[in-house]
Design a protein around this ligand. Structure first.
Ligand code: ZN
Length: 259
């Protein structure tokens, strides 16, 4: 009886420890496929499916193979905002050449109750970050006076670089709209790996439209910030990625493409 009792305790403890480790792992890791510099170079095909991507996060942003639109993921649901501005549900079988996800669990949450444009919002967020040396995820559910987004049209081979694609990117404007921003902040020293600074995508509350944010005016909203200190990268195993020249610094190009 004694031995049985002892075994029971040990088993219970090991389950508890395993459970804890697992939880910590999932919550603090940013998982990303490929690099932003490869996307700039026109590496628009990856081999990670959304089914696999969802194992690494319930929240995120990114794009699709053939650069077929902007992706936003919230509460485990992923959406594809195509060049028509409409948000479609993402199928598990679809693949991504570039995506960033995490299991979103806020470390800090607060209400912002004053009119702020995107630049002011970013300055406000800057003051909330305890360090500029880790990664952050942001979820901002709010009422927007104005929001301007873009998407990117599906490309065919040979792929042009991203700077060429965005020259005639479709843009969309929303007035007095409720919706949610999902995005990340990456440190400057990660330039090339991801977008340094803020990178936000948007979806309306009815989950019907959205895109990559170019401009905004927030009325009020709830800001949630997730501090992230681990990064896992899955690099594409294809000849396009293998042969892409990722040695050049592309600060100016990135500014043009993402802002
Ligand atoms: Zn984007």
């Amino acid at each position: 009886m004694k031995i049985n009792g002892y075994l029971l305790v040990v088993t219970f403890l090991s389950i508890a420890i395993y459970g804890c480790t697992n939880l910590q792992k999932n919550e603090d890791i940013v998982f990303q496929t490929s690099t932003i510099s490869a996307l700039l170079e026109g590496v628009y095909d990856g081999n990670v499916t959304y089914k696999d991507l969802k194992k690494h996060g319930d929240f995120g942003i990114g794009t699709f193979n053939n650069l077929d639109g902007e992706m936003i993921g919230l509460e485990g649901r992923f959406y594809q905002i195509k060049a028509d501005g409409i948000a479609y549900s993402v199928l598990d079988s679809m693949k991504t050449p570039f995506a960033v996800v995490t299991f979103f669990k806020p470390d800090k949450a607060l209400l912002l109750d004053k009119l702020a444009n995107c630049k002011q919002l970013e300055q406000y967020l800057d003051n909330l970050l305890p360090t500029k040396n880790i990664i952050y995820a942001f979820k901002i559910k709010g009422n927007f006076k104005y929001i301007k987004t873009r998407s990117v049209p599906k490309q065919s081979k040979p792929y042009p670089p991203l700077i060429e694609v965005v020259k005639d990117q479709p843009t969309f404007e929303f007035n007095n709209v409720t919706g949610t921003i999902a995005g990340f902040w990456f440190p400057d020293y990660m330039e090339g790996v991801n977008v340094p600074g803020y990178h936000f995508h948007f979806i309306t509350e009815d989950r019907k439209a959205g895109g990559h944010i170019l401009d905004c005016q927030l009325h009020n909203g709830r800001i949630e910030i997730d501090y992230l200190s681990e990064l896992f990268m899955a690099l594409p195993e294809n000849s396009e990625f293998y042969n892409a020249d990722l040695t050049k610094k592309k600060t100016g190009e990135l500014e043009n493409v993402e802002k």
